[in-house]
Design a protein around this ligand. Structure first.
Ligand code: NDP
Length: 249
């Protein structure tokens, strides 16, 4: 069912993993998808995949760690499409380490990409969305932003920060027909988690009541739902998609 027919969407971190899956799913739902990330070659492959399946997509090189790049990328996307109606802030990185050993640069890189990047890109695209009086902002946070995780003070802080941003912005823009929600994945098999060793993987599995890792497609399905008209009355919500790993409500 093409429930997003004619909508303009932008997905950051669309070159692989969860972002790529979200882009494919939104395109399947009928949206025209702007694909943003740093790796242009990979973005072009995703765009070709979408177009090959009869969808519409275009690649935009954009580094969410750079304010200049965000401004230029947002401008290029708005020039091309006039507006962005569905914004999925998905780009994210990890730089793990225990608190005592964590370098300032690792803190700054993770907060800069995962939180400040989402703040700046949303700000750059909000005006046309407000004018349009319809919008969906979906931030990809993490179960770790809810529970904390040893070795990830930077990442958990960035993801908890995104939840605060989500709920505050939801209150600011609700009167303009814009909803702002977050999706909090648990353990999803992607290039980001491919670096985990067997011991870490086994420990993670033991903490998941459904007994398996999630897929990028399962995150994308939730994003599609939150972007749809069926989710029009949901805002400021954090949707846990984690196999029961955390049942916070
Ligand atoms: P991947 O590492 O597979 O993909 C990350 C994506 O982010 C890539 O497309 C990458 O593209 C992009 N990205 C990273 N830095 C930047 C940047 N500075 N500017 C633009 N794009 C950037 O991760 P996942 O798909 O696993 O994760 C996607 C999101 O989901 C992240 O926010 C992550 O924190 C979150 N998440 C993932 C979980 C998991 O288990 N996998 C669990 C919970 C949350 P490029 O390198 O081309 O720029």
């Amino acid at each position: 069912m093409a429930d997003l027919q004619g909508r303009i969407a932008l997905v950051t971190g669309a070159s692989q993993g969860i972002g790529r899956a979200c882009a494919l799913e939104l395109a399947r739902a009928g949206a025209t998808v702007a694909l943003a990330a740093r790796n242009e070659a990979k973005l072009a492959e995703v765009a070709a995949e979408i177009e090959g399946a009869g969808g519409q997509a275009a690649a935009f090189a954009l580094d969410v760690a750079s304010e200049e790049s965000i401004k230029a990328g947002a401008k290029a996307i708005v020039e091309r499409y006039g507006k962005v109606e569905i914004l999925v802030n998905n780009a994210g990185i990890t730089r793990d380490g225990l608190m005592m050993a964590m370098k300032r640069a690792d803190w700054d890189d993770v907060l800069g990409t995962n939180l400040t990047g989402a703040f700046l890109l949303t700000q750059a695209l909000l005006r046309p969305m407000l004018k349009n009086r319809w919008g969906r902002i979906i931030n990809i946070t993490s179960v770790v932003g809810r529970t904390g995780q040893a070795g990830q003070v930077n990442y958990a802080a960035s993801k908890a920060g995104l939840i605060g941003l989500t709920r505050s912005l939801a209150r600011e823009v609700a009167s303009r027909g814009i909803t702002v929600n977050a999706v909090a994945p648990g353990y999803i098999e992607t290039p980001m988690t491919a670096v985990l060793d067997d011991k870490q993987r086994t420990a993670m599995m033991g903490a998941i009541p459904l007994g398996r890792a999630g897929t990028d497609a399962e995150i994308a399905a939730s994003v599609r739902f939150l972007a749809s008209d069926g989710a029009a009355y949901i805002t400021g919500h954090v949707l846990d998609v984690n196999g029961g790993m955390f049942m916070g409500g």
